[in-house]
Design a protein. Sequence first.
Length: 415
Amino acid sequence: MSKNVVIIGGGIIGLCSAYYLQKEGHQVTIVDQSNLDEGASYVNAGYLSPSHLIPLSAPGVMRKGIKWMFNPSSPLYIKPRLDLDFLRWTWAFNKSCTVKHVKKAIPVIKEITLISQDLYRDIRQKENFSFHFEDKGLLMLCKTEKMLEDEVEVARIAKQEGLDVSEISLEELKKLEPNVKLDVKGATYYKCDSHMTPHEFMSDMKLHLKQNGVHFFINEKVEDIELKGNKIFSIKTNKQIITADEFVLSAGSWSNLLSQKLGLKILLQAGKGYRINTKNPTSITIPAILAEAKVAVTPMNGFTRFAGTMEIAEINHNINKVRVEAISNAATRYYPEIHLTTQEKEGVACGLRPVSPDGLPYIGKSSTCKNLTIATGHAMMGLSMGTATGMLVSEIISEKKPSLNLVPFHPDRKF
Ligand SMILES: Cc1cc2nc3c(=O)[nH]c(=O)nc-3n(C[C@H](O)[C@H](O)[C@H](O)COP(=O)(O)OP(=O)(O)OC[C@H]3O[C@@H](n4cnc5c(N)ncnc54)[C@H](O)[C@@H]3O)c2cc1C
């Protein structure tokens, strides 16, 4: 049965949900407070990475986070605050930093990322999209023996899970990147990963959705939600009131602010990250993570992107120049011939990752609101999990059997 569906938030999750909902024959409207050309879904590193099997909430991360609080150029920064939402999130995050949780999360992350990767290929072919997409894998570049040992161990786990990954020698690395000077001790190579130029995918998808009857209300902020019984009756934007049969909450880092209007308590924090682009030729052909610095390097269409940092410090788009400098310095430490220019650094942009406490997204209906599907909390993996999330949202609203077990993603789950 065709339904009227309103999607709040048109980032990667909102657009992918619209795509599958429209294919199922629903009438779809996307409402977004932005111009739909900025934020996390545009500034990300473009990885479709089954390799990122280990959730952010892993043993030792909290300890590292506390140590890094005092280092202004650290890749992870958690700003301490006396705010109840933040304290609840921190408590739940800390509780999830266990070996048991990591073991449970690994197969879940693997499944949703592998399905998503296939769905991107499928959409690209079926819809004749032209966005840049490559299957070049991902290098984990290590400067120290200790980090290499850790990464070899992660690679062993990934291999056990059936992913195509191996440790490679410096000679093999030279063969893979013959025109790039690297100063590293060693690397692991995940052949299973893909990458893309994210704004190209977003443009292709927005055009496709418009051509197929999806309505867009852009620069329009959802300010309130009206409930009737245990269902949403309408949403109020700064311009109008919109009614619908079903609603999707995919407002990224802002999702918990809206969910509070419904009395829901989704634990979510914004994790800010930065990207610096260079159009100067770098000769880099394979995406890489600079393992100690936690900087992602991606050869995109016509430029190379350096992305990094996770600043959990409320919703804002302030640029912290010390962290921008840290990303740029890391680039030169690993690739001694690459020097990002002042102009490139001034062109930095940031985005907010919606970070759940256990490294898994929220996908599903909350028991307290019958016509609301929540799809958020993808943290560092929103692109990698985007298409499968959209498919699941459509299956939920169409009352079809979901392609994946939704229990690990349940918005009401306890931590
Ligand atoms: C530097 C960086 C690098 C990253 N690299 C990768 C990567 O390589 N691979 C990967 O998989 N992921 C990566 N990520 C994570 C990924 O980008 C995010 O998980 C993903 O973009 C989140 O998508 P989203 O649709 O949930 O949120 P968003 O893209 O933030 O979209 C949410 C939308 O909701 C709208 N909105 C919010 N509130 C309202 C309101 N009240 N009314 C109307 N509209 C509203 C916003 O305007 C926004 O457009 C990276 C992120 C960053 C910052």
